[in-house]
Every structure is written in structure tokens, then in C-alpha cells.
Design a protein around this ligand. Structure first.
Ligand code: MG
Length: 368
């Protein structure tokens, strides 16, 4: 089987809440997502999606997905989409770095492999564990009262895990964590994600001030070294995210015992193939995982569901149903949250069917 065509569709994904705010005053109101459609000479078609969290979260930006595929795509025409490791080596040989550019192509090729095999992607990724996976809700940065009210509202919808966007003024962040913790019930889990927003001394103040609370601390500072220093001075369970962008960084962090949970985002690592490598390593080493992506709509949510559903439950910390955060649906068959949980499709491949009327004409076509 050979890849004959790669097309990129640009889809705007407005937020249900109007905007999403996190550390340092960063905010997005409409996400710019790229749906990647890969065609083959066998008539099998796969779909992937890449949606950076704006241009200021990771070294990734929306138009860069398209620019990168314009550069990389011609090298992949004629390649076999079902030989995923070989295809990834080809992508890495043709374009150094830029993992997020490769993520949508890799995702679409897993969709193709699943359709050819007649199996859902989660089975091909290792197997389906349990009936569904537990989700967290990201709580956009706001006043402490508003964040506590927001958590109570999402709790009523069935969520039991909450990731607070902190990383602002440390005193306000301490109030945010305290006020939210006060509305939680036994069994709920709380994560304070600073998204690199604190300096090291600010992070030290916050972790000390909330020492009595059951809260995970995620990516407090910008550099790995600062985070490691904070980690060594706190007994809160610790999550690393932005700094863990490759297998090399994962191995270094494991060696330093720098985290208890790692956040694996599909596009941060370069697709499902490389995220599976990181996931399997973490499961072997006993590291918990948040399995998700930077952002996305129905296709990314489907890919997350397969990745999470194929992860041993004891290492599955949380995942995200991004398609419930946005007002536009661009594919049928994607998971729909029920009581704070979601399940991967049992159909072959990712189990999603693009809504062509929503996708419109492609912005970019490579091949024919
Ligand atoms: Mg994070």
C-alpha cells in the first residue's frame, strides 16, 4: 500500500466557555486546528489532527503544521502508511525535529492500519483495558471564587479530576488551590498546573503554603532544572509536562526521579507511534500518565481515547475530551463524555468519519 495524497484542512474551534486562559496571561478564544487526510492507492483513507495550544505554549504554531507538511509531505508520497516505525524513520530523515508537524500524518496512518487490519487502534496499540477511561477537566485561570464555582459545576457533570490553571501571582494561586480543594469530595483528584509560570522561589512558596492539601503539582517552572529543585523540596505528587518532549528527556527525568506522573501529549512527542513508545516505557517503569494532546477536536479526542484505553489502568492518571470544550464538531464517531469518562470506538481504525461540509476545501494538498 502506498500513500498517494496528503491534504490539510483548517478548522476553527471556538471555545464553549468563550476563552481558555492559563499562566502568564496566555489565552485562546478560537483554536486553529489542522485535520490531516491521508489517501492511499488501495482506496483506504486515514484522518489525523494537530491543534497547538496557540503559538506560545510549546514550540509549535497552527500555520506551522501546514508549512511543515508542505515541506515533509512530498517525501512521503509512495511510502507504506501501514509500516509505522519505518514511516516515522522516513519522516525524521526528511525533516529534523518539528514533532507536531508529523503527528497528524502518523495519526492518520494508524487510522489506515486499523482499517486494513479490521481492528480499532486501541487494540493495535496494545489492547483495550476496561470499559472506559477517566477524564479530567481543565479549569481556565480566573479569580479563586470563579474557579471554585467552575469546578463545582463540572463536578455536577460527572468529572472527578480537575486541573487548575495556576502559574500566576503566587498568593492568588494559593487561594485558587485552597478554594477549589474546599469544594472537592473524597475520591476527587486535584492538579495545580502552573504551565511553567512560577519562578523557583514562587513555586517553593506555593508548595509550602498548600502542604496540608492533597494536590498534585504540575510543571511549576520553565526549566527542567528549576522543576527538579522544587520537586526535591516538596512531598506533593509531581507531574512534568512541557519539559518532557522526547524519549531522551523522559529517560533523564526517570533517572532523576523527577516526577511521579508525566503528561504525554501526542503532538508534543510526534504522533501515536512515539507516544506509544513513551507510554510503554512509563508503564514498565511505574510512572503514571496523563494521556492527551495539546488541544484538538473530534479526531484528536478519538486518538486520545485509543491511546488511553490501551494503557494499563493503574498507570492511567487522566485524559481529556477536548471535543467537549469546543463548539464545532468536525467528525462523526468520536467519543462523547459520559459521567466524566469516555471510551474508544470499537470500529476499525480511529472510528471517526470526517464531516466534509465542516472541513471544507483543503488549504494544502500534496500528491494527487
Ligand atoms: Mg500540563
Amino acid at each position: 500500500m502506498k500513500i498517494t495524497r496528503i491534504a490539510c484542512h483548517r478548522v476553527e474551534l471556538p471555545l464553549v466557555e468563550g476563552s481558555y486562559k492559563w499562566s502568564g496571561g496566555k489565552a485562546v478564544s478560537v483554536f486553529d486546528s489542522t485535520v490531516v487526510v491521508v489517501d492511499t492507492d488501495a482506496g483506504v483513507q486515514g484522518v489525523g489532527e494537530v491543534c497547538p495550544l496557540g503559538p506560545f505554549y510549546l514550540p509549535a504554531y497552527a500555520a506551522g503544521v501546514r508549512a511543515g507538511i508542505r515541506e515533509l509531505g512530498p517525501h512521503l508520497i509512495g511510502e507504506d502508511p501501514t509500516q509505522l516505525l519505518k514511516l516515522n524513520r522516513r519522516m525524521d530523515a526528511a525533516l529534523q525535529g518539528h514533532p507536531y508537524v508529523k503527528s497528524g500524518i502518523d495519526m492518520a496512518c494508524w487510522d489506515i492500519l486499523g482499517q486494513v487490519a479490521g481492528l480499532p487502534v486501541c487494540v493495535l496499540l496494545g489492547g483495550r483495558y476496561g470499559d472506559d477511561v477517566v477524564l479530567y477537566r481543565a479549569i481556565s485561570q480566573a479569580d479563586p471564587d470563579a474557579m471554585a464555582a467552575n469546578v463545582a459545576g463540572y463536578r455536577a457533570e460527572g468529572y472527578t479530576r480537575f486541573q487548575l490553571k495556576v502559574g500566576g501571582d503566587p498568593d492568588t494561586d494559593i487561594a485558587r488551590i485552597r478554594q477549589v480543594a474546599a469544594v472537592l469530595k473524597p475520591g476527587d483528584r486535584l492538579v495545580a498546573d502552573a504551565n511553567t509560570g512560577w519562578t523557583q522561589h514562587e513555586a517553593q512558596r506555593v508548595v509550602r503554603a498548600v502542604r496540608d492539601l492533597d494536590v498534585y503539582i504540575e510543571q511549576p517552572c520553565r526549566t527542567y532544572e528549576e522543576c527538579l529543585a522544587v520537586r526535591r523540596n516538596t512531598d506533593h505528587p509531581f507531574v512534568l509536562d512541557e519539559n518532557i518532549d522526547s524519549l531522551d528527556m523522559l529517560l533523564r527525568a526517570v533517572s532523576d526521579r523527577a516526577m511521579d506522573v508525566v503528561n504525554l501529549k501526542i503532538s508534543k512527542l510526534g504522533g501515536l507511534t512515539k507516544t506509544k513508545q513513551a507510554r510503554d516505557l512509563c508503564a514498565h517503569l511505574g510512572i503514571g500518565m496523563t494521556l492527551e494532546d495539546s488541544w484538538g477536536g473530534d479526531v484528536v479526542t478519538a486518538a486520545i481515547s485509543h491511546l488511553a484505553h490501551s494503557t494499563p489502568p493503574e498507570f492511567r492518571f487522566t485524559s481529556t475530551d477536548f471535543n467537549s470544550y469546543v463548539t464545532v464538531s468536525h467528525a462523526d464517531g468520536a467519543p462523547k463524555r459520559q459521567n466524566g469518562r469516555m471510551a474508544a470506538s470499537t470500529a476499525p481504525g480511529l472510528g471517526v468519519r470526517p464531516k466534509w461540509d465542516v472541513l471544507g476545501e483543503p488549504l494544502l494538498v500534496v500528491g494527487n
